[in-house]
Design a protein around this ligand. Structure first.
Ligand SMILES: Cc1cc2nc3c(=O)[nH]c(=O)nc-3n(C[C@H](O)[C@H](O)[C@H](O)COP(=O)(O)OP(=O)(O)OC[C@H]3O[C@@H](n4cnc5c(N)ncnc54)[C@H](O)[C@@H]3O)c2cc1C
Length: 507
């Protein structure tokens, strides 16, 4: 039983989980005038939402599974997200090599026709048949033709963080390193107990509870709320490997594997190629998911089967794994379980104090999923505002005139910095970069250079405004500099962060 002393705050909605679905719901709800608190036990996007293939896509292969609702919604969201976050979401061409012994050409043409016409396209190009130029084709000589279609890529972790920034600007409280350890319906309110990483406990009251705990969604229902989960959960691990750049063109490949799965090869951060993903049933602790050596070999095998350039396991620069948290639909193969999301609702005997739980979902559909949760919440909060997220940009996309324009402006103001750094800033922060630069007119005013192209001013901003607490948060989620830095740079960053927190403690 929760004790009622020490209740410090009263909210309309408490959201458990700071992945894309939790922050999406918190942003939407706070923008409609609801008082929102979001708690995340680790860092924002620390789990599935930073381990994705980083695509905003309809999911061509879901057509084969008959998931037309999901594909239709996802295709439409591409255009919405391109408008909302043009600094984070970018169109990308996908090349699908055709080999007759895999899916027949007529089947692929039908799939691409549906992909082109299932939803309105404003900026993305139509699919087409292509022949590869033997002089530039990075694929093996016998692969001579294929199809090309358009989807988008995204910086997944930054999409999460910018939603959290928007939620905070709407008045939401965002607590990272804070776990929901219990929640109980009382007379007229939920009492939610939160514990931070210093073992401090606080209790808050709210009228509605949202469980967006991803791979922990069923555990939260059973262990923290003491109810039965409406679905049993299947955790399906998906892993990626990062290889040195295999080809220089700025398009992705989608390969069909002999097991009927598809594998992407995606240009990544100018220097690398990202290869993924796998589908592997997962039964261990979701906090400690990491790539299995069979997955590395599987991905290398597909890459080596298609590309001329061959790679061995010791050439893998980095890898990461995430868990799809899917509502069990009794499919035997992990790859065929539906990727569509389910939103469940439980209420008390007076039809009050709702608990919404989110099963599954995609980065691509987070905004629509959030809207659906808010539509259902409307029954409990009749005074709340209408839907608003479709036409509102995310932080950094205000006064947006394109990446080139912003890079130009940054370089004009700070001629000493490299164009690559200006581009990284423009793509990460959009027009919020001016908040980081704070009127600086030369690089000395940005403070110490803690590592190549990482100034203290950027770190200060990430700590003050983006909930970064340690070097991992900064190097792997707020930026992707972790791929470039070695132990010396990381130690300098850790040292700087320690000096910042001792300064805060003294003040
Ligand atoms: C390999 C892979 C590739 C993918 N590729 C794509 C893609 O290209 N495009 C796409 O659209 N989708 C993709 N997806 C799907 C997408 O990544 C997920 O649907 C999405 O990230 C799920 O977000 P979430 O918020 O539900 O879960 P998560 O991101 O896991 O967030 C849940 C959060 O809840 C927190 N939490 C848990 N319990 C508690 C508690 N008690 N108190 C406080 N916090 C708690 C966790 O720490 C976690 O951060 C991919 C998924 C995988 C696994």
């Amino acid at each position: 039983m929760l004790e009622e002393h020490g209740v410090v705050e009263k909210y309309d909605v408490v959201v458990i989980g700071g992945g894309i679905n939790g922050v999406g719901i918190a942003t939407d709800a706070s923008g409609r005038g609801l008082r929102v608190l979001l708690c995340e036990k680790d860092d924002l996007a620390q789990h599935t939402s930073s381990s994705s293939s980083k695509l905003i896509h309809g999911g061509l292969r879901y057509l084969e599974q008959g998931a037309f609702r999901l594909v239709h919604e996802s295709l439409a969201e591409r255009e919405v997200l391109l408008m909302k976050a043009p600094h984070l979401v970018h169109p990308m061409r996908f090349v699908l090599p055709h080999q007759p012994h895999l899916r027949p050409a007529w089947l692929i043409r039908i799939g691409l026709f549906c992909y082109d016409y299932l939803s309105r396209r404003k900026t993305l190009a139509k699919s087409r048949f292509i022949r590869f130029d033997p002089k530039t084709n990075p694929l093996k000589a016998e692969i001579v033709q294929g199809f090309e279609y358009a989807d988008c890529c995204v910086d997944d972790a930054r999409l999460v963080v910018l939603n959290a920034v928007q939620a905070r600007e709407n008045g939401a409280d965002i607590l990272t390193a804070t776990k929901c350890i219990a929640a109980e319906r009382k007379a007229g309110y939920w009492l939610v107990r939160l514990e931070n990483n210093k073992k401090q406990i606080v209790e808050v009251k709210c009228k509605a509870l949202i469980n967006a705990a991803g791979p922990w969604v069923a555990k939260v229902i059973e262990d923290q709320i003491k109810e039965n989960s409406p679905y049993s959960l299947r955790l399906v691990q998906g892993s990626h490997i990062i290889l040195p750049q295999i080809y220089t063109e700025n398009h992705a490949f989608i390969f069909q594997n002999i097991d009927q799965r598809v594998i992407f090869a995606i240009p990544y951060l100018n220097k690398y190629t990202l290869i993924g993903t796998t589908d592997r049933e997962y039964f261990a602790d979701p906090d400690h998911v990491e790539i299995h050596k069979d997955e590395t070999l599987y991905l290398l095998d597909v890459s080596n089967r298609y590309f001329r350039k061959q790679h061995e396991a010791d050439q893998v620069i980095h890898s990461f794994s995430g868990l799809r948290a899917l509502a069990d639909d009794a499919h035997l193969q992990p790859s065929t379980i539906t990727r569509d999301y389910k939103i469940t609702l439980s209420i008390d005997q007076d039809r009050q104090l709702p608990l919404f739980s989110i099963f599954g979902g995609k980065l691509t559909t987070y905004r629509k999923l959030s809207e659906q949760v808010l539509t259902q919440l409307g029954e409990f909060f009749p005074q709340m505002g209408p839907s608003w997220t479709e036409h509102q940009v995310l932080p950094g996309a205000e006064q947006w005139n394109g990446v080139e324009d912003l890079v130009y402006q940054i370089c004009q103001q700070l001629p000493q910095i490299s164009p690559q750094l200006a581009k990284r800033w423009a793509l990460s922060y959009g027009t919020r970069i001016w908040q980081i630069l704070h009127g600086a007119s030369n690089s000395i005013e940005l403070g110490a250079m803690l590592a190549p192209d990482l100034y203290a001013a950027e770190v200060d901003y990430l700590v003050a405004y983006e909930w970064a607490k340690n070097s991992e948060d900064i190097l792997w989620r707020r930026t992707k500099l972790g791929l470039q830095f070695g132990p010396v740079e990381i130690a300098r960053l850790d040292h700087y962060l320690a000096s910042l927190s001792s300064e805060t403690e003294q003040n």
